[in-house]
Design a protein around this ligand. Structure first.
Ligand SMILES: *[C@@H]1O[C@H](CO)[C@@H](O)[C@H](O)[C@H]1NC(C)=O
Ligand SMILES: *[C@@H]1O[C@H](CO)[C@@H](O)[C@H](O)[C@H]1NC(C)=O
Ligand SMILES: *[C@@H]1O[C@H](CO)[C@@H](O)[C@H](O)[C@H]1NC(C)=O
Length: 421
């Protein structure tokens, strides 16, 4: 277990065996692949759109400022709709490349957090079935234990949120953007006791990590190839526009301007690890490690964490350079903002271009990626220091078509206006 595991809000603490599921049934679009939308919780397409925006729970602990955290925690996620069961029930779960399990709250609740939409009732679905303890699927989720020969699981995230329930099989139906219906059987967590910092706009999580129980691993090469890609909209984009995620054939990232970096395989399979060598602020190179030592796989990509998290020492050197290149004084007198590097400005900040130097791939970030407005007239540097490993968060991933190819073990970036996808 790496130390990075310990500070990741959307990250599994328990480890999982690394085999793949078998026995998947699926139908797919004509080229074999499929594409679905990812929406923001405040999208008009979201079932929560007309509900009161309470901003309860799921505070991103990297933002010491509660006001900022609440808004970002609420609007900073991307939700993926999966319809489960027969008749199908729409579940909007956080699309999370930083964890594996696909789960939703289920009745009867031994302990459910408040949820605006109705909670899934397995008894009302004709395709629901529990996994038995001896099933291969139960062995894959190694927190799987037995209760009257039914496979029960406990799945915890580093922010101490936890879901407990029954590992079950269900039919998942999704409508591809091409109009075709994709239908498959997956193992998912029917969570009967879920606690921690979830909010009433979250019906669960769609784990898209590399571990064996993730949605991605379960579909494997069913849709033509073991790869997926996403194009995430920048924070603050009109919420009626959707982001996209594609799986299998058709999801390859090819074309002008594509750069690629190796995905680093480690014992712990969930995170998509890459190697970050340094970041240039304008023309000034800031190395990841001041002694020049970089270990392979020092960062992982996470769609479920908004800011980018780097080791404190690197952050400090980076922030000094960023400040040097902005001809304004940072805000010092707003206790809400904690130690963050923030500026007062009416329109988007005119900050330097940051070039992220991954092994073999330079990725240019514009101020829209690196400065986020937590409240009117304030823009804050969207990177944070920590004492653990590194997370490349979803702010920095926006407006790139990012491809995760598990056959070539490469991660590719193509600058893309994701509103035009
Ligand atoms: C995926 O694409 C390849 C190459 O175009 C094709 O040979 C294969 O049949 C496709 N797979 C599916 C499941 O359609
Ligand atoms: C929203 O909050 C207001 C004031 O707190 C309350 O009157 C109203 O009933 C709430 N609406 C919903 C849909 O919960
Ligand atoms: C639910 O889980 C919590 C800890 O996560 C535990 O303390 C509690 O006893 C559980 N409740 C039931 C009814 O199983």
């Amino acid at each position: 277990m790496t130390s990075s595991v310990m500070f990741h809000p959307c990250f599994l603490v328990a480890s999982i065996l690394s085999n793949y599921f078998i026995g998947l049934l699926a139908t797919a679009a004509s080229n074999g692949g499929f594409t679905v939308e990812l929406i923001r919780p405040d999208s008009p397409k979201s079932p929560f759109y007309n509900a009161n925006k309470t901003f309860t729970g799921r505070l991103n602990k990297y933002y010491p400022n509660a006001l900022q955290s609440r808004v970002i925690a609420y609007k900073g996620q991307h939700l993926m709709k999966v319809s489960i069961g027969t008749p199908p029930v729409d579940i909007y779960g956080i699309a999370d490349t930083g964890s594996d399990l696909v789960w939703t709250q289920c009745v009867p609740c031994d302990g459910c957090y408040n949820q605006i939409s109705p909670i899934f009732d397995p008894l009302k679905s004709s395709t629901y079935s529990d996994f038995y303890c001896e099933s291969e699927q139960c062995l894959l989720i190694n927190t799987g234990t037995c209760s009257q020969n039914i496979c029960t699981y406990t799945y915890a995230y580093a922010d101490s949120s936890i879901t407990k329930g029954v590992l079950a099989q269900e039919k998942v139906t999704m409508t591809s953007n091409s109009g075709q219906t994709v239908s498959l059987d997956i193992a998912f967590g029917c969570g009967h006791n879920n606690s921690g910092i979830f909010n009433d706009h979250e019906m669960g999580i769609v784990g898209l990590g590399g571990g064996s129980v993730s949605f991605v691993s379960q579909i494997g090469s069913t849709f033509g190839s073991k790869r997926f890609s996403h194009c995430l909209l920048p924070f603050g984009t009109d919420p009626s526009i959707a982001s996209k995620i594609s799986f299998g054939n058709g999801s390859e990232v090819v074309g002008d301007g594509v750069v690629s970096t190796p995905l680093v395989s480690k014992e712990y399979k969930t995170p998509y690890f890459v190697t970050l060598e340094g970041i240039s602020v304008g023309d000034t190179y800031v190395p990841f490690n001041s002694l020049g030592m970089v270990s392979k796989g020092n960062m992982f990509l996470d769609s479920g964490t908004p800011p980018t998290i780097v080791p404190q020492d690197f952050y400090d050197r980076l922030a000094v350079e960023v400040q040097k290149q902005i001809a304004m004084n940072p805000i010092r007198d707003d206790p809400d903002l904690g130690t963050q590097l923030c500026y007062r400005t009416k329109s988007n900040l005119d900050g330097p271009i940051l070039t992220v130097h991954f092994e073999g791939a330079n990725v240019q970030l514009k101020p829209i990626h690196t400065f986020i407005s937590p409240k009117d007239g304030v823009y804050c540097f969207a990177m944070q220091g920590s004492n653990g490993g590194g997370i490349y968060g979803n702010f920095a991933q926006a407006n790139f078509l990012i491809g995760f190819d598990m056959e070539t073990m490469m991660l590719s970036f193509m600058p893309t206006d994701c509103t035009k996808q």
